[in-house]
Design a protein around this ligand. Structure first.
Ligand SMILES: NC(=O)c1ccc[n+]([C@@H]2O[C@H](COP(=O)([O-])OP(=O)(O)OC[C@H]3O[C@@H](n4cnc5c(N)ncnc54)[C@H](OP(=O)(O)O)[C@@H]3O)[C@@H](O)[C@H]2O)c1
Length: 263
């Protein structure tokens, strides 16, 4: 892919995206910006142009990812607006800023999308939800192509963007906490932390791979490994008695309500 990509605000998420793009050998097509570039200068070794100059980044790229904090994105867009052209494809990664609001700042002729990737972008495994408010198929294809370099893309209606934050972006932390608990249990039943982590990581990856390969519902796969009166069902039922699924669902709904409350 030869499209030039700018990442404006290369912090946690922006850096994960750039790292994923580098792994896909397109580092030379990327311009990464932030005001203090000390923490991202090393990206230059992989062909990325690192700069504090947002205007330079915009003038020299087509797809522009705004990875800024939500409270900052609109003022930075306002500053850069005179440099946008109808060739640009602007993508906001900010939580909670609607396409209508973004559109009122970028102007009516500029293509604008929202995307919600996650930090697994750094290893090419992001689940990136994308939403649009126009019928511009070419622009959408370009956005999808960009995010497919760092994982999978899912097109969603904008009203589900906050849900995408919880399921996809926060979901990384929820899955990591699940793995941490597995490791803690693994240590209690005899493994070193290192070995328990290796086994848990690969087991969780394998479980996800089964679902991806088969498209099956998780419970259909669980049925295959639960012998009647067996060990697995005994463990699973005890987890449910202790509120495992309820805790996860309630945690996710609380996270969702937190986004809604802060609007
Ligand atoms: N973390 C996630 O998993 C995740 C997932 C999906 C979406 N998001 C969204 O992604 C956005 C960024 O989150 P984050 O966690 O990556 O935040 P972050 O680490 O604070 O990154 C934002 C970066 O923007 C830079 N910045 C601030 N003003 C700038 C300007 N005028 N020009 C260029 N760069 C500027 C900051 O660096 P300097 O101070 O050096 O400029 C900072 O490193 C948020 O809107 C969040 O809602 C995050």
């Amino acid at each position: 892919m030869d499209t030039k990509i700018a990442v404006i605000g290369c912090g946690n998420l922006g850096l994960s995206i750039v790292e994923g793009l580098i792994k896909n050998n397109v580092g030379k097509n990327v311009i990464a910006t932030r005001r203090n570039t000390d923490g991202i200068e090393h990206l230059g070794n992989s062909g990325v142009t690192v700069t504090t100059d947002n205007v330079f980044a915009i003038k020299n790229s087509k797809v522009i990812l705004f990875a800024l904090k939500p409270y900052r994105i609109l003022s930075v867009i306002d500053e850069l607006k005179p440099h946008f052209t109808s060739e640009h494809i602007i993508v906001s990664l900010a939580t909670g800023i609607s396409l209508d609001e973004l559109k009122s700042h970028v102007g009516p002729t500029i293509k604008i999308f929202r995307a919600m990737p996650n930090v697994a972008a750094s290893v090419g495994q992001s689940a990136t939800c994308i939403s649009k408010n126009s019928s511009d198929k070419v622009g959408l294809m370009e956005v999808e192509k960009t995010f497919q370099l760092i994982g999978e893309t899912i097109l969603i209606n904008e009203e589900l963007m906050e849900s995408a934050v919880v399921l996809g972006a926060c979901g990384t932390a929820f899955a990591l906490r699940f793995i941490r608990a597995m490791v803690q249990a693994g240590v209690q039943i005899g493994f070193s932390s290192k070995t328990a982590t290796q086994i848990a990581n690969q087991t969780v990856k394998g479980a996800a791979e089964i679902l991806i390969a088969t498209g099956n519902h998780p419970e259909a796969e669980i049925d295959k490994v639960t012998t009647p009166k067996g060990i697995t069902i005994t463990g699973l039922n005890e987890m449910e008695h202790q509120g495992f699924s309820a805790a996860l669902i309630r945690g996710m709904i609380t996270a969702y309500n937190k986004i809604e409350d802060s609007k």
